[in-house]
Design a binder for this molecule. Structure first.
Ligand SMILES: Cc1cc2nc3c(=O)[nH]c(=O)nc-3n(C[C@H](O)[C@H](O)[C@H](O)COP(=O)(O)OP(=O)(O)OC[C@H]3O[C@@H](n4cnc5c(N)ncnc54)[C@H](O)[C@@H]3O)c2cc1C
Length: 426
């Protein structure tokens, strides 16, 4: 768009443009419809590079966020989904976690965390990302305050005094936003093009994910198992066509990923059973295997005038503690609350408002990332000393209810700093 037409007022405008309609961008859009005072419809625009049909998540054309991965939703995340009115849709495709079984291959000592024992119905729920995506998109399709734009890939962001100009593929004219929320997952070139760098720590591991049919139903049991060269989580899923299903997340050294992916289904199941033991009676069916290279990626600047970075684009964590999305949810709700509480006439892209949001979240972000890394170094180490500590840790977890509560609280997505913290009220 030329300067002259911009001056002539032909630029399309929006209050808030969310770039990236993955799990985090879509959730924020929904939260804003509840929290952000909309004076007239369609002032929030959600842009997604992939196709956006609520009927077809999990397909190749769909957002890569809504794939066959399963996400463990903490109790606090479930509470937020309830407040946003989308929980009934997600619950219909989610399985509760009522027991967490933590063990270490070849060592004595296992810990069982029981939700009932702690006076809770469940520690959290597990749902396939495709199911969560479908629910979010269905809900958003009925929200007049949000304009969905997909497939539409943002190519360039241009800071302007009013906020940020957003250019799509081949667009001559921008969409002018008071605030751009960058929730593009951090792999697009938009952050570096704005001169915003991230500190990246590769773990030299991959997470191999697959869904499996066990011989015995998991019935709410989640398993976390540590081996000398990785960790695995087996999470309960909803039945599929009357047959039990579980989701596997298996971290392997990066150099072993190619071999593991090329094993036949029968060989893969055999190797998994050797590491996992005889729990669930073994496995009779294996779905598609996908490998995710793992790194910790923390952006160095989360906000500027007219811009805030959210979701994996702001911080990508190791999935071992299942905290990535749960942390993003806490961020998204905190951002929506700051935007709700902004002063009369204040732009949503106001630098001070965005700084206040970031500084309010930084400690939670830092501690969540650190806690995951500590867990990782303790359980991934093969040193004899650490192994003893690890073993003692598992035993004391089993013996000390207080300690178990703290681990469970962390596992349920409560901030490690403040286990009694509640999600924002809508
Ligand atoms: C194996 C694995 C298991 C995990 N398990 C858990 C778990 O149990 N619990 C948990 O809390 N977390 C878990 N996580 C973390 C969680 O999956 C992420 O935190 C979450 O998916 C981040 O979502 P996002 O929307 O920020 O990013 P993404 O999912 O990457 O979505 C970004 C979206 O932006 C779109 N996009 C990109 N560039 C552009 C552009 N230029 N224009 C328009 N759109 C664009 C993409 O198409 C995509 O849809 C796990 C992660 C992995 C890898």
């Amino acid at each position: 768009m030329s300067e002259s037409s911009a001056k002539a007022g032909k630029v399309e405008k929006a209050d808030i443009v969310i770039v990236g309609g993955g799990l985090v961008g879509a959730t924020l859009a929904l939260a804003l419809t509840r929290l952000y005072p909309v004076a007239y419809p369609r002032r929030i625009v959600l842009i997604e590079a992939a196709a956006f049909s609520p009927q077809a998540p999990g397909t190749a054309q769909h957002s890569p966020s809504f794939d066959t991965r399963a996400t463990a939703l903490s109790e606090s995340t479930v509470d937020v989904f309830k407040q946003l009115g989308v929980w009934p849709l997600i619950e219909s495709v989610a399985a509760p976690i009522s027991l967490i079984h933590v063990s270490e291959q070849g060592r004595w000592g296992a810990t069982r965390l029981n939700a009932e024992e702690q006076g809770r119905e469940a520690f959290g729920h597990v749902a396939l990302n495709s199911g969560i995506g479908q629910a979010l998109l269905q809900q958003l399709a009925n929200e007049p305050g949000v304009a969905l734009r997909a497939p539409w890939r943002v190519k360039r962001l241009q800071p302007v005094p009013q906020g940020m100009d957003v250019y799509g593929d081949g667009d001559a004219e921008p969409l002018r936003a008071g605030l751009v929320v960058l929730a593009d997952g951090g792999r697009s070139p938009l952050l570096p093009s704005l001169g915003i760098q991230a500190s990246v720590h590769p773990y030299e591991q991959v997470a191999i994910i697959a869904n499996l049919e066990p011989y015995e139903a998991a019935n709410g049991r989640a398993f976390e198992r540590f081996t000398d060269d990785g960790a695995m989580a087996i999470l309960p899923l909803c039945e599929h066509q009357g047959r039990p299903r579980v989701a596997l997340v298996w971290t392997r050294p990066a150099e072993d990923a190619g071999r593991v992916l090329q094993l036949s289904d029968a060989e893969f199941i055999r190797e998994l059973e050797v590491q996992f033991g005889e729990r669930l009676g073994g496995f009779r069916w294996l779905g598609e295997r996908v490998a995710y290279p793992l790194s910790r990626q923390i952006v160095r600047e989360q906000s500027r005038h007219g811009l805030v970075v959210l979701g994996n684009a702001a911080h990508t964590l190791h999935p071992i503690a299942g905290q990535g999305f749960n942390l993003c949810m806490r961020d998204a709700m905190a951002l929506a609350t700051h935007l709700q509480q902004r002063k009369e006439g204040e732009s949503p892209g106001d630098a001070g408002l965005l700084r206040a949001y970031v500084s309010g979240q930084q400690t939670d972000q830092l501690w969540t990332a650190m806690a995951g890394d500590v867990l990782l170094s303790v359980f991934a180490s093969s040193s004899r000393l650490v192994s003893r500590v690890r073993q003692a840790g598992l035993i004391s977890l089993a013996l000390l209810p207080g300690l178990r509560h703290r681990v469970a609280d962390f596992g349920m997505g409560k901030s490690p700093l403040n286990a009694t913290r509640q999600p924002s009220q809508v």
